[in-house]
Design a binder for this molecule. Structure first.
Ligand code: UGA
Length: 430
C-alpha cells in the first residue's frame, strides 16, 4: 500500500520504518528541512535502538520529504503522527494535528483514509472526520480512523513489530478493511471499536501504568517505614496474573513525554466534563513527591549541599533513550545547583541535553568514574546497563564519602554494604 506518515518524530519514524519493512511504500513528511535532509542521508535524528538499520535496510521503500502536498496526493493511507505537547492547564496542544488535517484537506485528490496515531483528546477523530468532509475536495472520500500507538521509547521497534494488539477506532466497514489490509503483514490481534473508545483506550492504558507506578512507589515508602522489602513485595504481588509483574518497579517516579502528559490530559478532559478523577490526581501527586525521595535522603546525610560535590548518574527519563523530558534527574540537578552543590553528571546518551540545559552550572562527564571521583554523594536516576554492571568497590575507592543513593534499585543492599558503601535505595531495608 502507499502510505504517507505526517511527522518524523519517535512514533512517525518507527511506524514508517516498520511499515516499509513489511513491504509497504512509505513517505514520511516533516516540516523540519534539516531533519529530512539528514534522514535522506541515512542519519536518524533520534536515539532509538534498531531504528537506523531498519531505515537503512528499507531505503528502497521509504522516502523522506518536506513536500507534504505531493505526499498526501499520492497516499492511500495518511497516518498522523505529529506531536501533541501539553499546555500549562494540562490540556493538549493540537495545532500540529489541525494544520496537518488542513493540508490533507487541501491536497488529497483521491479517496483515502486518515489514521490518527498522535495521542489526542477523546472526540478529536470525530471532529477531524467532520472537518475533512466539509473542507476536503468535492467527490473525495476521506475516512478517519483512530489508531493509537503504544510503543515505548528504547524498545519502540520491537513494540511495533510485536505489539500485543492493534487498536482500530473505525466508523465504517471500508475503514476497517483498509486498516486490516495495512496491518495484515504484522499478524497481530486487533481490537476494533469506535473512534472515541479507541482514543480513550490510549489514555486509559497510559494512565493505568502511571497509577501502577505511583501505587508501587507508595507501597515502597511504607516498606521503608515498616522495614519490609519492596522487591519481594512487588514479586509476590506481580505473580498474581490479575496484577501482572510489569510496571511494579519502585523508583523516583515516572518521567518522559507520555505518562506525565497523559495523566494531566485525562484529568483535564474529565474535569472539563465536571468529573474529578481522584485516583489520577493521587497518582500525579505521589509522582511529584516521589521525585524528591533521593534529595531528602541526601539532605539527611549531608545537612547542606553548599560546598559538596554531587555525582548524578543518569539524566534520561529511562535507559535506552536520550530523552530528558520530565526526567526526575533534571529536577534534582536544578535543585542541587540552586542549593550550591558542585554537580557532575554522567549519562551515555543524554549529556548533550544536559549541557544545553545547564551550561557551565554542571560538569558533564564522559565516564561514570569521572563523575563519581571525589564526590560526597552519588545519585542514581537511570538504570543504564553501565550502572548495573559497575563494580561497587569502585564507588568506595573513588568517592570522597561513599554515599550512594539509588533511585532505581540497581544493586543488592547486602553487596553494597559489603563493599563499604553507605547505600540507600527505594523501599528496601538500609
Ligand atoms: C509510555 C508507555 O509505556 C507506552 O505504552 C506508550 O506508548 C508511550 O508512553 C506513549 O504514550 O507514547 P514511555 O514513556 O516511552 O512509554 O516509557 P515507559 O517505559 O512507560 O516509562 C515511563 C516512566 O516510568 C520512566 O520514567 C520509567 O523509569 C518509569 N517506570 C516504568 C517506573 O518508574 N517503574 C516501572 O515499573 C516502569
Amino acid at each position: 500500500m502507499k502510505i504517507t506518515i505526517a511527522g518524523a518524530g519517535y512514533v512517525g519514524l518507527v511506524t514508517a520504518a516498520c511499515l516499509a519493512d513489511k513491504g509497504h511504500d512509505v513517505i514520511c513528511v516533516d516540516v523540519n528541512e534539516e531533519k529530512i535532509r539528514r534522514l535522506n542521508e541515512g542519519i536518524v535524528p533520534i536515539y532509538e535502538p534498531g531504528l537506523e538499520p531498519l531505515i537503512q535496510r528499507n531505503s528502497a521503500r521509504l522516502r523522506f520529504t518536506t513536500d507534504d502536498a505531493e505526499a498526501y496526493r499520492w497516499a492511500e493511507v495518511i497516518m498522523v503522527a505529529v506531536g501533541t505537547p501539553p499546555l500549562p492547564d494540562g490540556s493538549v496542544k493540537l495545532d500540529d494535528v489541525w494544520e496537518t488535517l488542513r493540508r490533507i484537506a487541501a491536497s488529497a485528490e483521491r479517496d483515502c483514509l486518515v489514521a490518527i496515531k498522535s495521542t489526542v483528546p477523546v472526540g478529536t477523530g470525530d471532529e477531524a472526520a467532520r472537518f475533512l468532509a466539509e473542507h476536503g475536495r468535492g467527490g473525495v472520500r476521506i475516512d478517519v480512523v483512530s489508531n493509537p500507538e503504544f510503543l515505548s521509547q528504547g524498545t519502540a521497534v520491537r513494540d511495533t513489530l510485536q505489539a500485543p494488539r492493534i487498536v482500530l477506532g473505525v466508523e465504517s466497514e471500508r475503514a476497517e478493511r483498509i486498516m486490516k489490509d495495512l496491518y495484515a503483514p504484522f499478524a497481530l490481534p486487533y481490537v476494533v471499536t469506535d473512534r472515541k473508545s479507541a482514543e480513550m483506550i490510549k489514555y486509559a492504558a497510559n494512565v493505568f501504568l502511571a497509577l501502577k507506578i505511583s501505587y508501587i512507589n507508595e507501597i515502597a515508602n511504607v516498606c521503608e517505614l515498616v522495614g519490609a522489602d519492596i522487591q519481594a513485595v512487588a514479586e509476590g504481588i506481580g505473580m498474581d496474573p490479575r496484577i501482572g509483574r510489569r510496571f511494579l518497579r519502585a523508583g523516583v517516579g515516572y518521567g518522559g513525554s507520555c505518562l506525565p502528559k497523559d495523566t494531566k490530559a485525562l484529568y483535564a478532559l474529565a474535569a472539563s466534563h465536571g468529573y474529578s478523577l481522584k485516583t489520577v490526581w493521587a497518582a500525579m501527586d505521589v509522582n511529584e513527591k516521589q521525585k524528591w525521595k533521593l534529595f531528602e535522603k541526601a539532605r539527611a546525610h549531608l545537612g547542606v549541599f553548599s560546598g559538596r560535590t554531587a555525582a548524578v548518574l543518569g539524566a534520561a527519563f529511562k535507559p535506552g533513550t536520550d530523552d530528558v523530558r520530565e526526567s526526575p534527574a533534571l529536577a534534582n540537578i536544578e535543585r542541587l545547583i540552586a542549593e550550591g552543590a558542585d554537580v557532575r553528571v554522567w549519562d551515555p546518551a543524554a549529556l548533550g541535553h544536559v549541557s544545553r540545559r545547564f551550561g557551565d552550572a554542571v560538569v558533564c562527564c564522559e565516564t561514570m568514574e569521572e563523575a563519581i571521583r571525589g564526590a560526597d554523594v552519588c545519585f542514581i536516576f537511570t538504570e543504564w546497563p553501565a550502572v548495573l554492571q559497575f563494580d561497587l568497590h569502585r564507588y568506595k575507592t573513588l568517592m570522597n564519602r561513599p554515599i550512594v543513593l539509588d533511585g532505581r534499585n540497581c544493586y543488592d543492599p547486602k553487596q553494597a554494604d559489603a563493599a563499604g558503601l553507605i547505600y540507600e535505595s527505594i523501599g528496601r531495608p538500609v
